[in-house]
Design a protein around this ligand. Structure first.
Ligand code: FEO
Length: 396
């Protein structure tokens, strides 16, 4: 249902209640998502971002509820990724003479996705377009989260449309942040940040400082996913600054796989050591864990302790995805450790430690290996490992 979010600006996006996987199967979206598109009625009619292609008909129907699509003058594509640009062909068929406004890098990526001869106009930070009573002001936001990403600001309404930034994969019948369950909202905002934006945290801080230095009044932040921040909109900006600083909580994640439960017993013994030192922890069994939840918990935590049996002279394959995530997401300010049982050669622990170091994660204490099923002394060593990690977490 179309919603007028401020006078003359309409949400014409769609809610995707069924979405459970995003970026192919790379991201799990347990609460669905929304693809937010905004229609501005001024002397000129403007659409800011569209929707994912399978929802283009719903999007066009929403636009029609407000205006005849043929009257659209400007379509802003803040970012080329298909969840926001997928409706471009459908809308541009109805207003083929409209100007498609893109960032400088968007001048590569948007045509690269659609291969159409639209009237493109590339803009940079500080560029403005007069639309009648108000202006559109553009702020390039490279790597938040693509090189082409851009924010669009509407003067007079003090409305910032930052595309993916400040978004959440959160399907809801409500459009505004003050109308939804705050726990759900922040769970999804954090999951989004941890899994998508962590690698760009330094840029997040710089971009926020840059936008704030422009002294643009911001009454509403309308991202391209999830709810719109109208109640204390800068609360999410403050949260982003906090998350981007990557100051972890004094807690730990234990992530393991096991073949015959030997490494599981060691994982629980490591947990006992953490608990003995008063450090809260969560244990995740890699084969059944929800990957993005694990990564969100690792984002929060100071310590990540990884356990694996040795298989084929290495760590078990279910941990491979996580190892790649630790590298790619580039978490900062972490300590780690490794443990695992083995039967014959026993390389896994050393390999995990080496990988943690290459990911910039300081190894807090030498890993623990148990031959065959862990004996009492192996479990005691695992508990001591948990204690050592806990001391590192607490900075002792
Ligand atoms: Fe980068 Fe929501 O797409």
């Amino acid at each position: 249902m179309v919603t007028e979010i401020v006078e003359g600006v309409y949400w014409v996006g769609v809610v995707d209640w069924a979405l459970r996987h995003f970026h192919g199967y790379e991201l799990h979206t347990p609460r669905g998502s929304t693809y937010n598109s905004y229609l501005i009625k001024d002397e000129k009619t403007v659409v800011v971002d569209t929707v994912w292609g399978p929802f283009a008909d719903d999007f066009i129907a929403n636009v029609r509820d407000v205006v005849d699509p043929a009257t659209i003058d400007i379509v802003v594509a803040n970012h080329a990724e298909a969840d926001h640009s997928g409706g471009l062909p459908a809308i541009m068929r109805r207003c083929p003479e409209a100007t498609v406004v893109v960032s400088k890098r968007g001048a590569e990526s948007v045509p690269g996705h659609y291969h159409r001869e639209w009237n493109f106009k590339a803009v940079g930070t500080g560029d403005k377009i007069d639309i009648g009573k108000h202006e559109l002001v553009f702020v390039e936001a490279p790597m938040l989260h693509w090189p082409d990403s851009m924010f669009t600001y509407l003067t007079g309404k003090n409305l910032l449309m930052p595309n993916d930034a400040f978004g959440q994969h959160y399907a809801t019948d409500r459009r505004f942040n003050d109308e939804v369950d705050q726990l759900e909202l922040y769970e999804e905002a954090l999951r989004y940040y941890a899994n998508i934006l962590t690698p760009f945290s330094d840029l997040v801080i710089k971009k926020i400082d840059e936008v704030l230095s422009l002294n643009l009044a911001v009454d509403v932040i309308a991202p391209s996913h999830g709810v719109i921040w109208r109640d204390d909109p800068l609360q999410i900006v403050g949260k982003y600054k906090e998350w981007a600083s990557q100051v972890p909580e004094q807690r730990a994640v234990i992530l393991y796989d096991t073949m015959w439960h030997g490494t599981r017993h060691m994982a629980e013994a490591v947990g006992a050591g953490l608990a003995a030192e008063g450090v809260p922890y969560k244990i995740f069994y890699a084969p059944v864990a929800e990957r993005n939840q694990v990564l969100t918990e690792i984002f929060r935590a100071r310590a990540v302790v990884v356990g694996s049996p040795t298989v084929n002279r290495g760590y078990i394959s279910t941990l491979g995805t996580y190892m790649e995530d630790l590298r790619g997401l580039g978490f900062k300010n972490k300590v780690g450790a490794a443990f695992g049982s083995y039967g014959w050669s026993g390389e896994a622990v050393e390999m995990i430690e080496g990988h943690l170091k290459r990911c910039g994660i300081e190894v807090a204490a030498p890993g623990v290996r148990a031959k065959w099923q862990p004996a009492a002394d192996d479990l005691a060593a695992s508990t001591d490992l948990g204690r050592a990690v806990a001391r590192a977490v607490k900075g002792a």
